[in-house]
Design a protein around this ligand. Sequence first.
Ligand code: FES
Length: 83
Amino acid sequence: MVIKICIGSSCHLKGSRMIVEQFQRLLEKHQLTDEVKLLGQFCMGQCQKGVNVTINQQMISVEPSDVETVFNTYVLKVLNHHE
Ligand code: FES
Protein backbone atom coordinates (compact mmCIF):
# COMPACT_ATOMS: atom_id res chain seq x y z
CA MET A 1 0.00 0.00 0.00
CA VAL A 2 1.18 3.49 -0.79
CA ILE A 3 0.13 6.69 0.93
CA LYS A 4 1.11 9.90 -0.84
CA ILE A 5 0.73 13.21 0.85
CA CYS A 6 0.74 16.46 -1.08
CA ILE A 7 3.63 18.67 -0.05
CA GLY A 8 2.81 21.48 -2.46
CA SER A 9 2.79 24.95 -0.94
CA SER A 10 -0.95 25.24 -0.45
CA CYS A 11 -1.26 21.88 1.26
CA HIS A 12 1.87 22.63 3.22
CA LEU A 13 0.20 25.73 4.63
CA LYS A 14 -2.79 23.63 5.63
CA GLY A 15 -0.61 21.30 7.66
CA SER A 16 0.59 18.56 5.34
CA ARG A 17 3.72 18.22 7.39
CA MET A 18 1.73 17.46 10.51
CA ILE A 19 -0.26 14.95 8.53
CA VAL A 20 2.90 13.18 7.36
CA GLU A 21 4.12 12.98 10.95
CA GLN A 22 0.82 11.63 12.18
CA PHE A 23 0.71 8.95 9.50
CA GLN A 24 4.28 8.03 10.33
CA ARG A 25 3.43 7.70 14.00
CA LEU A 26 0.36 5.58 13.31
CA LEU A 27 2.29 3.30 10.97
CA GLU A 28 4.93 2.78 13.63
CA LYS A 29 2.33 2.17 16.30
CA HIS A 30 0.69 -0.52 14.18
CA GLN A 31 4.04 -1.88 12.92
CA LEU A 32 3.11 -1.24 9.34
CA THR A 33 6.17 0.68 8.21
CA ASP A 34 7.28 -2.25 6.02
CA GLU A 35 3.90 -2.80 4.53
CA VAL A 36 2.85 0.77 3.85
CA LYS A 37 4.99 3.29 2.04
CA LEU A 38 4.67 6.93 2.93
CA LEU A 39 5.60 9.33 0.15
CA GLY A 40 5.30 13.00 -0.65
CA GLN A 41 3.89 14.24 -3.90
CA PHE A 42 3.81 17.60 -5.60
CA CYS A 43 0.78 19.80 -6.07
CA MET A 44 -2.10 17.80 -7.52
CA GLY A 45 -4.01 20.81 -8.79
CA GLN A 46 -6.70 20.40 -6.15
CA CYS A 47 -5.37 22.93 -3.68
CA GLN A 48 -8.78 24.15 -2.54
CA LYS A 49 -9.56 20.65 -1.27
CA GLY A 50 -6.24 20.12 0.49
CA VAL A 51 -4.50 18.61 2.24
CA ASN A 52 -4.68 16.02 -0.49
CA VAL A 53 -3.67 12.48 0.31
CA THR A 54 -3.74 9.57 -2.12
CA ILE A 55 -4.09 6.10 -0.69
CA ASN A 56 -3.78 3.38 -3.33
CA GLN A 57 -4.80 5.84 -6.10
CA GLN A 58 -7.80 7.11 -4.21
CA MET A 59 -7.68 10.80 -3.46
CA ILE A 60 -8.92 11.94 -0.07
CA SER A 61 -8.81 15.40 1.40
CA VAL A 62 -7.54 15.29 4.94
CA GLU A 63 -7.29 17.77 7.78
CA PRO A 64 -4.77 17.25 10.54
CA SER A 65 -7.60 16.35 12.91
CA ASP A 66 -8.90 13.65 10.52
CA VAL A 67 -5.75 11.60 10.21
CA GLU A 68 -6.66 8.92 12.72
CA THR A 69 -10.10 8.36 11.19
CA VAL A 70 -8.70 8.26 7.68
CA PHE A 71 -5.99 5.86 8.80
CA ASN A 72 -8.53 3.52 10.38
CA THR A 73 -10.86 3.60 7.41
CA TYR A 74 -8.50 3.58 4.47
CA VAL A 75 -5.49 1.77 5.86
CA LEU A 76 -6.32 -0.56 8.75
CA LYS A 77 -9.68 -1.76 7.44
CA VAL A 78 -8.32 -2.32 3.96
CA LEU A 79 -5.25 -4.19 5.16
CA ASN A 80 -7.26 -6.38 7.53
CA HIS A 81 -9.62 -7.14 4.73
CA HIS A 82 -6.81 -8.64 2.67
CA GLU A 83 -5.52 -10.90 5.39
S1 FES B 1 -0.62 22.13 -2.97
FE1 FES B 1 -1.64 20.26 -2.61
S2 FES B 1 -2.97 20.12 -4.28
FE2 FES B 1 -1.95 21.96 -4.63
